[in-house]
Design a binder for this molecule. Structure first.
Ligand code: SAM
Length: 338
């Protein structure tokens, strides 16, 4: 099923909670937030039902996210429910790793295939300053546990911010290499909670490649999945890494992703102003066929290319101010799942 720009419905990110145990400056810089009402949060049965209807319409990849997904009580049970659907070829999780050490083996046993851990810095004092957490060691323990649990692939996500961690690119590549993992550098995006965003803090893909080229010499692109957000590269010594250049070189033309928030609102683009309420029909007793028809009609009309439109702006600043995020928490990155 192709949208208005010929993009398939392929990949679904499901946020299981809007709560998080970090306060990263680029995502959730405030101490307090307006949370989604508890009664609106989808149950595991509702999430599995939606996932199944999406799978009937072509979704083959599901990623669990948040907020921090490991804060959702009993997540392995949900993983087990989703993993039973043979149409889901790729079931993965994005986590900040704080609670991963305890859960990695259970998640793997429940059928989770891949894990991505966010790791912005190798320096605990930087994490304390930037994410208001002293628990850097827990993240490292989570990464080690994920490696030991035998996931198909282990990725590390690093949001690169000028003046914060842009001097750690090579260290992070080496850290990942030593753990048989792959780091993906993400350009700082002007989304939801990034209320302090400015272009001068963005380290572009081109800047990153230049810096790494000075250190490592020749860097070659690696061909791969045309719908994947990261462009992959290989160093002359064989190490690989990825860059997600959503800010300076958006991949809207091949974007096959959409996102369901923890309260069942479906967003067709990370930058979309509004989402489609799937919870209401779900709770009113809509049949699978009715839900599928709603998904199909919506996807066929999808023409979103939010990151490209942001790129075209002459005077680009943060997408939202804090008061408009408070007015509608669906605008938050931690609600949409990143
Ligand atoms: N809590 C989990 C985690 O930390 O990975 C999952 C949710 S988090 C919102 C998903 C991803 O979005 C993380 O890798 C995070 O670094 C990224 N992210 C959040 N705000 C961002 C921003 N302003 N620019 C780029 N990436 C961002």
């Amino acid at each position: 099923m192709l949208d208005a720009l010929q993009r398939p419905l392929g990949s679904l990110r499901i946020s299981v909670t809007d709560r998080c145990n970090l306060r990263c400056r680029y995502c959730m810089p405030e101490d307090d937030y307006v949370w989604l009402p508890r009664t609106s949060i989808l149950t595991f049965e509702e999430i599995a039902r939606l996932s199944s209807v999406f799978a009937s319409q072509g979704v083959r990849k599901v990623r669990l996210t948040g907020g921090e997904p490991l804060l959702r009580h009993d997540l392995p049970t949900l993983v087990g429910m989703l993993a039973r659907d043979a149409r889901i070829e790729d079931l993965s999780l994005t986590t900040n790793g704080l609670l991963l050490a305890k859960q990695a083996a259970v998640l793997r046993a429940a059928g989770l295939m891949r894990v991505t851990v966010s790791l912005d810095t190798l320096r605990p004092e930087r994490m304390l300053a930037f994410a208001k957490s002293p628990r850097h060691a827990d993240v490292l323990a989570g990464i080690a546990a994920a490696r030991a649990a035998g996931f198909g692939s282990l990725k590390l996500n690093t949001v690169v911010i000028r003046g914060f961690n842009d001097d750690e690119l090579a260290d992070l590549i080496e850290f990942a290499r030593a753990r048989d993992a792959e780091v993906r550098f993400i350009e700082y995006m002007d989304v939801g909670g990034a209320t302090r965003w400015s272009m001068d803090q963005v380290v572009s893909q081109r800047d990153m490649l230049e810096t790494l080229g000075r250190r490592y010499g020749r860097i070659e692109p690696v061909a791969g999945d045309p719908h994947a957000p990261a462009e992959r590269f290989r160093l002359a010594d064989g190490a690989t890494f990825g860059i997600i250049a959503s800010t300076t070189a958006p991949f809207c033309r091949t974007c096959d992703r959409s996102r369901v928030t923890a309260d069942g609102t479906w967003f067709l683009c990370l930058y979309a102003e509004r989402g489609v309420d799937l919870r209401d029909p779900l709770r009113r007793g809509a049949s699978d066929a009715e839900l599928a028809a709603l998904i199909r009609e919506t996807w066929l009309g999808r023409a979103d290319r939010g990151a490209e439109q942001r790129l075209a702006l002459a005077d680009r600043g943060a997408l939202y101010r804090i008061d408009s995020l408070r007015a509608d928490p669906h605008r938050e990155m931690h609600t949409r799942g990143g």
